[in-house]
Design a protein around this ligand. Structure first.
Ligand code: NAP
Length: 355
């Protein structure tokens, strides 16, 4: 649908020009927003909108479930959101089984965390390690079950689809999708026993896919579908399934090697997009993204309120992107996203600064 025809149909009339332009900036800058509460602290918990308040009153509740000594499993606990979530959940009183792949990460966690943390060796693509964690829950929890599975482990792979290595893409699917589902399959009996929760760490890239983010977005869209189906399957079994969808968070993920952002040469047809994503999104997110504790706070909330929401979008950038993409025609979002990213890239390549 063209913008003109959208306007005629009154689609754009639903939002003011000012809110469109600020949200378009949010869509494009993808990661310079921070959540600041009234006290000046960065936090993922913001004041709910009117609609959310009504929805919370009808469907959710703020009555808290006490963490005291209850078992929670967090995957990908060596760094970023996972590590911060372990710190927060342990401080709140949970017994946290923290999945790491290296001894040094286990030692670091134990040294840094105040509270009850049990590091477990866990590569979510290793069926034996996944089974071992489930077996340990059966013996150590003495029939009490598991109160939460925070499916956080994740990796990235960025690059134009035309150039993505399919082998690398298969590996990414193994970590970001198959691995998450393996953990759910293994722990669901224990979660059912405790009336527990699955908290899947999705992404705003699982709601709106930017150019060059294709492989990563595909895995996060898959996680959305898997979570929706699972939530409906276990409805009535006392298990809640929650998706947490963060915007840009400043974590080591942005510095990882699987960002295929180098142009093939000065005439690369993807040159501007690649430079735009590198400078306008990846570098800005690494430096100015929200604190991972914003996500950890939301995870704690999803585990403790008596009836959690099905989705928590974390960060202004994510909320603006998700709302507007649902409201505006695809072609308008395409033009805006590609236009702004390419402009940033062009300016970088020519040594200037995009305005
Ligand atoms: N940062 C953001 O802007 C952002 C935004 C939205 C969503 N997310 C999501 O948040 C989650 C955490 O990412 P992060 O930003 O905190 O990045 P991070 O610091 O790179 O953390 C990723 C974690 O996943 C672990 N991991 C990777 N492959 C694994 C595997 N096969 N088995 C088990 N663990 C594995 C890593 O362990 P090793 O150290 O052993 O590699 C690490 O602990 C991911 O699912 C990511 O997609 C991040």
């Amino acid at each position: 649908m063209r913008v003109g025809s959208a306007r005629r149909k009154g689609v754009l009339g639903l939002v003011s020009a000012r809110s469109i332009s600020s949200a378009v900036v949010a869509i494009c800058s993808n990661g310079v927003w921070t959540e600041v509460s009234g006290t000046g602290r960065r936090t993922g918990l913001r004041r709910a909108s009117g609609l959310e308040k009504i929805s919370d009153r009808l469907f959710n509740s703020d009555v808290e479930r006490r963490p005291a000594g209850r078992a929670v499993v967090v995957t990908g606990a060596s760094s970023g959101i996972g590590r911060t979530t372990v710190l927060r959940l342990a401080a709140a009183g949970y017994r946290v089984f923290a999945g790491v792949r290296r001894d040094q990460d286990a030692h670091r966690l134990v040294a840094d965390v105040r509270g009850d943390v049990v590091p477990v060796r866990l590569d979510v693509t290793d069926a034996d390690q996944v089974a071992a964690v489930a077996a340990r829950m059966a013996t150590e929890q003495d029939g009490a079950g598991v109160h939460g599975l925070v499916n956080n482990a994740g990796a990235t792979l960025l690059g134009p689809w035309e150039r993505v290595s399919l082998e690398e893409f298969r590996q990414l699917l193994e970590v970001n999708v198959v691995g998450q589902m393996a953990m759910i399959q293994a722990l669901l009996p224990h979660l059912r026993r405790a009336g527990g929760r699955v908290v899947n760490i999705g992404s705003m890239a699982g709601r709106v896919a930017g150019p060059v983010f294709g492989p990563y977005a595909a895995t996060k869209f898959a996680l959305e579908g898997a979570s929706d189906a699972l939530r409906r399957e276990v409805r009535g079994q006392g298990v809640h399934v929650v998706l947490v969808e963060p915007g840009a968070i400043a974590t080591p993920i942005w510095g990882k090697a699987s960002l295929r952002l180098d142009p093939t040469g000065p005439d690369d047809v993807y040159g501007d997009l690649l430079a735009g994503v590198r400078h306008g999104i990846v570098e800005r997110s690494a430096q100015h993204g929200m604190s991972p504790d914003a996500v950890a706070a939301v995870v704690l909330r999803a585990l403790t309120v008596s009836r959690p929401r099905t989705r928590y979008v974390v960060g202004r950038d994510a909320r603006a992107r998700v709302r507007l993409a649902g409201l505006l025609p695809d072609r308008f979002v395409d033009t805006t996203l590609v236009g702004v990213i390419s402009r940033v890239g062009r300016a970088q390549r020519s040594g200037g600064t995009a305005r």
